[in-house]
Design a binder for this molecule. Sequence first.
Ligand SMILES: [Zn+2]
Length: 123
Amino acid sequence: MLLISRPALDLLTSEELQALAAHEIGHEYISGQYADAKARKDARRLRELELICDGIAIVTLTRLGIEPERLGSAVEKVFWYNRGRLGEALDADNYRSVQERRRLIKKMTSNPPSKPLFQRRKP
Ligand SMILES: [Zn+2]
């Protein structure tokens, strides 16, 4: 189940909501690892896992024909909305910065890729 707040509905475009939903779907793939990292209070691993969810979202959005940058604009809007209303999040250490998340989007969508994300092994 995915709950969407009223302010998010007002703040975000349809594609930005889809981008955040794609990120949340990413959590389904790594839920066990995420729970382990959270139980260990391993902020570094939690940040890595959040970025993996962004990667899953970027692939999903690309396949749906939605500009992956919608994830970047959504993350930035939500960050500044929350910062303005609530101040700095208590669990901020568990998340990548907006800039880092946008760098991943750029890296994964640059054409040709600025640097290969994976290397194919030579036979
Ligand atoms: Zn997440």
